[in-house]
Design a protein around this ligand. Structure first.
Ligand code: ADP
Ligand code: MG
Length: 264
């Protein structure tokens, strides 16, 4: 009998507790319900796409899950622990890392310093250990050659890769990426896709990715969750989502039109 292929088991392979579990997440901004009863799970080693039109609540969802915004109601559990109400630093230490839609690097620091600072602040590491973490993260993202450059001179595509390295340097269990493909050209998007697959393989993280690039989303994600006006309108496999009438009407159809308009 054939023995199981253990090489497929990432060092940090999933156990039943390694799950991010978001239930009935709701956020009101005054009279506006920006996120309305959203529920999803994300397991280690899984890549979940979160898509929807502008203003549909994607960034707000990430901000709620990572503690940057206070939850109006609902529950966010990681490995069974309720984190609603925790401050962001505590959520980060529990293994959640995120990147921002608008990249926020320390412009006067080098790339390596930017990544080291992230490692130190998330895990209370000393300089030497933070440096090791940073080197490993830069290597995994494929930007070791940029380590000594000042962040201010980086083009946008490289800035986004530094952001991902910063998140990785905190040794996350779950990685939440807000539009990492924004502003990237086709070649850079291909590299991003490879990089995220490599992160999943090597680190076994669960990845939640928000993006408008459907080639990236469809090529990368195991499952996709679709929001419109703060509500879930569909969830399922990429092939199901691509054919779902409500998604085509609310989002994919509009995307095609806007691409056609941009091309024409
Ligand atoms: P997306 O990331 O899907 O484009 P957002 O989560 O940024 O959408 O926004 C969802 C809705 O919440 C939008 O209507 C937006 O204007 C509103 N919103 C987001 N952040 C705030 C805030 N801090 N205060 C008030 N309204 C907000
Ligand atoms: Mg957004």
């Amino acid at each position: 009998m054939e023995s199981p292929d253990l090489s497929m088991t990432a060092p940090s392979a999933a156990t039943p507790g390694d799950r991010l579990d978001v239930r009935d997440l709701t956020k009101d901004f005054g009279g506006l319900r920006a996120v309305d009863g959203v529920s999803f799970t994300l397991d280690r080693g899984e890549i979940l796409g979160l898509i929807g039109p502008n203003g549909s609540g994607k960034t707000t969802t990430i901000n709620l899950v990572t503690g940057l915004l206070a939850i109006t109601s609902g529950s966010v559990k990681a490995s069974g622990r309720e984190m609603a109400g925790w401050p962001p630093y505590r959520i980060a230490r529990a293994g959640l890392a995120r990147t921002f839609q608008v990249v926020k690097l320390f412009k006067d620091f080098t790339v390596a310093e930017n990544v080291e600072v992230a490692a130190m602040s998330a895990k209370k590491l000393g300089r030497a250990e933070a440096r090791q973490r940073a080197e490993a993260a830069l290597d995994l993202v494929g930007i070791t050659r940029l380590a000594e450059l000042p962040a201010r001179i980086l083009p946008q595509g490289e800035e986004r890769r530094v952001e991902i390295a910063r998140a990785l340097a905190t040794d996350p269990v779950f990685l939440l990426l807000d539009e990492p493909g924004a502003g990237l050209n086709d070649a850079e998007t291909e590299i991003l896709l490879d990089t995220l697959q490599r992160i999943r393989e090597r680190r076994g993280c669960g990845i939640l990715i928000v993006d408008h690039d459907m080639r990236l989303i469809m090529g990368l994600c195991d499952r996709i969750h679709v929001l419109n006006y703060g509500r879930t309108i569909a969830e399922g496999l990429p092939e199901q989502i691509r054919r779902e009438p409500a998604v085509i009407e609310a989002y994919l159809g509009a995307e095609e039109e806007s691409h056609a308009a941009a091309a024409g």
